[in-house]
Every structure is written in C-alpha cells, then in structure tokens.
Design a binder for this molecule. Structure first.
Ligand code: DGY
Length: 321
C-alpha cells in the first residue's frame, strides 16, 4: 500500500524528519524557506496532509483553495489561531495540534521573563555590555523581588498551572481567572477570580496564558491596564495579540506599569518598534518551546496525529472548537 503523502512546511529537528520520511512520502523544506501562501498551495498539490507551524497562516481563503486531496492539517504547535478551524471543518479537513509536550519549556520561559522583567535585566545587561558599569552601588539597578508577590494567571490551563507551580517555589501567592473555575486539585491553592477586573486588581505580576480568541484579543488594553496595581509587571508567553501594544507601551513608558517580559508579539517578527526603546521591557523572540527536547516532542506528537489519522484512528489531539 502506498504511503500517505505529506507536505512539511518548515525544517524540523533531524529525528522528527527521519521519522516523517520513514512513515510518509514526505516533502521536506531542507533550506527552511519561509512558506508563502502560493508555496503552500503549490506544495499541497497531490498531498494527503499538511504538517504546518505557527508561521503558516491558513486562513479561510487558503483553506478553500487547498486541493481536494488534503484531509488533515497537523500543526506543530499547541496554539492554532493561525488556522481557520471553521473553514477546515467546512471542507471536512481534520486539524490537530501538539498540547502537553511544550508545557514545561513554556513555563520555564514565563519564569525567565518574570525574573528578567522584575530585576531590570534589559538595562542591566546593556550597562554591562556597553562598558557603562562603573561600580557596585547600594542604590544602583534596583529591581523588585518575586517572593511574597501576588501572581495573577490569566488562563489556568496546562501552561498556566506549570507556571504557577514554579512561581509557588519562588514564594508567590497564586491568583487566577479562567472561563470556568477549576477543581480544587487543579487549583492547588490558587485563588479564583470570577472576572478579570478582580484578578487584575490583585496582580502584582500578571502572566498571560490564555489562547488568542475573539474574546481575549487585546484584553490587556487602555481600560484594563488601570485595574492593575501601580508598577505591576506583565508577562506574556501566549500570543501577542492578547495585548494592545500601544496601551502597554504607553503604560511602560509612563511608569504606570513597572516592567514587561514578552516572548510573543502581534505581527511577529515585526514587533511594535517602540518596545525596543523601553529599558523596562525584557524581550525574547518567541522562545517558549525552543528546546531540542520539546521541539522533538512536538514533532513526534504532530506525526503521532498524522499516523493515527491515516491509520483510520481518531488522532489524540483533534481540535474540536
Ligand atoms: C505554540 O506551540 O503555539 C507555540 O507558540 C510555539 O512555541
């Protein structure tokens, strides 16, 4: 029996590509050329499935134009806001993602961002590297510590809970808001807030872990930032468009917010240029899942889903909403 034909849109870790080639008739992207709309459509010709990433924008128009042979889109990511799920459903195309396997790596980056923002890492590193560090000073480069602070988690899902577990070890008190209150076991002592106004009011540090949806887009904005305590710190490892950039930049520049640690941005990689001029913004280029262990695990999970699907089984990570 012939093997299913898949298009792999980006270069993946070697072990993942080796497995893709052993199970599928896989077309790879060895030069990691950034796919365009046209190259995805051309590459999809004669294929049965696509293995895509967060850099591939599969909107309704593109999905409608895919060849009839495409039956599944497996994304190498937990987030799937880059795929129009309704359009895929309308075409009868299954969509899968890769939850669980990037939880720890992303939670570690959330803690790095929290620490980097709280301890002025951006200006401290620049001071050192630019030869401006003259001496140790009792009042120089003072930050704020996480210990004893209240951490507000917006979206206590897998990554939010893994972040909370690490923050507890730093002596933080955990608060959260999610669409629904979690079981006491999953809350693990975290204090539930029924609305974001209540959560924001107690968040010395606010860490964003919700998905990007029409309800959450730009939820941190000119109306909600004033709800946070003076000098609060914002951390975002979820999606850039959950934040209104102009409002956040204004609040960081004025000192209304103390600092931000950001790993994700609207319109990546073209982040709002004003972030680069803010010494209280600690910025990373979407590194949440960027460890070899995690990227391998994401690739294997994406392949598990394709293998299950073409083997006539229901993939474990079928996206349903
Ligand atoms: C995801 O999987 O959605 C991440 O943003 C990629 O690290």
């Amino acid at each position: 029996m012939s093997r299913p034909r898949i298009l792999v849109t980006r270069k993946l870790p070697p072990d993942v590509e080796a497995r893709a080639l052993s199970h599928f008739e896989a077309t790879l992207n060895p030069d990691d050329t950034l796919p365009t709309r046209e190259s995805i459509l051309a590459g999809a010709e004669g294929k049965d499935g696509l293995l895509v990433t967060v850099t591939d924008k599969l909107d309704a128009g593109l999905i409608a134009a895919l060849p009839a042979s495409i039956r599944i889109i497996s994304t190498f990511s937990v987030g799937y806001d880059h795929i129009d799920i309704a359009a895929a459903r309308a075409r009868g195309i299954a969509v899968t993602n890769t939850p669980d396997v990037l939880t720890d790596a992303t939670a570690e980056i959330a803690l790095l961002l929290m620490l980097g923002a709280a301890r002025n890492a951006t200006s401290a590193i620049a001071t050192l590297r630019e030869g401006r560090w003259k001496n140790w000073a009792p009042t120089g480069m003072l930050g704020t510590e996480l210990s004893g602070k209240r951490l507000g988690i917006l979206g206590l899902g897998r990554i939010g809970r893994a972040t909370a577990a690490r923050a507890r070890a730093f002596g933080m008190e955990i608060h959260y808001h999610s669409r629904q209150r979690l079981s006491p076991e999953l809350e693990d002592g975290a204090i539930y807030h029924a609305d974001i106004a209540s959560l924001f009011g107690v968040s010395d540090v606010l860490s964003i872990h919700c998905a990007s949806t029409p309800e959450t887009r730009r939820i941190l904005n000119r109306d909600t930032i004033p709800l946070l305590p003076e000098g609060a710190i914002i951390v975002n490892t979820a999606r850039g468009d959950i934040v209104d950039d102009e409002a956040l930049i204004e609040a960081l520049a004025s000192g209304r917010l103390g600092a931000a640690g950001l790993d994700v941005f609207a319109n990546e990689p073209n982040l709002h240029p004003a972030y680069l001029g803010l010494s209280n913004a600690f910025l990373l280029p979407h590194l949440g899942s960027a460890t070899l262990e995690t990227r391998n695990a994401m690739g294997f999970r994406a392949l598990d889903n394709l293998e299950a699907f073409f083997g006539g089984k229901t993939p474990q990570d079928l996206v349903t909403n």
